[in-house]
Ligand binder design. Structure first.
Ligand code: ZN
Length: 216
């Protein structure tokens, strides 16, 4: 009995996700779906075809509008519905405070597979963890974080777990990209962009070279 009742709710959940995906999908896009051990639904998308524009309404439509608790933070239920964690291809270290190892990254379910592939490709590109570290691409500076964009009144893509920061120390917000100064390697930018992610180094207002987001 228990199994069938949980099956029903799972079917509803899948249907809702399918409907929301259908609204965003372009013809020919590929969707791979799978169940994690916790039976949470995960969806792998072909990001170049599936991403929303970087506008609050589109972000809410695609990544789900936050349900906030009395503390003004997303509710635990919203987080359960929309977020997941994955183990990156190589261990990361917190950029700040330094030294804390990060073995799982918490992000939106819709970007998890894509982000996991990015880390696989970064490791593949550098060939070893030592080389990844030499390039400082193990320095994780945050993914899911419910907050406003600095100096603005709209939510950051981090608020949906659809933005990620790497090596914040060498890539401070506002700094113009100069790769020879040890800033974000263009090889890594190309890996993210091949997955359809947008690089903050290309923002026309304030460059943010540490930042990547799953938007147009
Ligand atoms: Zn960021």
């Amino acid at each position: 009995m228990l199994e069938s009742s949980s099956g029903v709710s799972e079917t509803l959940r899948v249907r809702t996700l399918r409907q929301s995906l259908a609204r965003c999908a372009n013809p020919g896009s590929q969707i791979r779906e799978r169940y994690t051990r916790s039976h949470e639904k995960e969806i792998d998308m072909n990001f170049p075809e599936f991403k929303p524009a970087d506008k609050q309404a589109e972000l809410e439509a695609f990544y789900s509008r936050h349900k906030l608790g009395r503390d003004g933070r997303p509710t635990a239920a919203w987080e359960r519905e929309n977020l997941t964690t994955f183990v990156p291809a190589y261990p990361l270290t917190l950029a700040f405070p330094p030294g804390t190892q990060v073995t799982r990254i918490r992000c939106h379910i819709k970007v998890a597979d894509s982000l996991a592939r990015v880390f696989e490709k970064i490791l593949e590109h550098y060939g070893s963890l030592e080389e990844v570290k030499r390039a400082r691409m193990h320095l994780f500076a945050g993914c899911f974080n419910f907050r406003l964009i600095g100096g603005a009144s709209r939510l950051s893509t981090h608020s949906w777990g659809a933005g990620i920061d790497i090596d914040s120390e060498k890539n401070p917000r506002g700094a113009k990209h100069v790769e020879s100064k040890g800033m974000m390697p263009m090889a890594v930018v190309r890996i993210f962009e091949a997955e359809g992610w947008k690089w903050g180094g290309r923002f026309t207002t304030i460059p943010d070279c540490m930042h990547f987001q799953a938007t147009k």
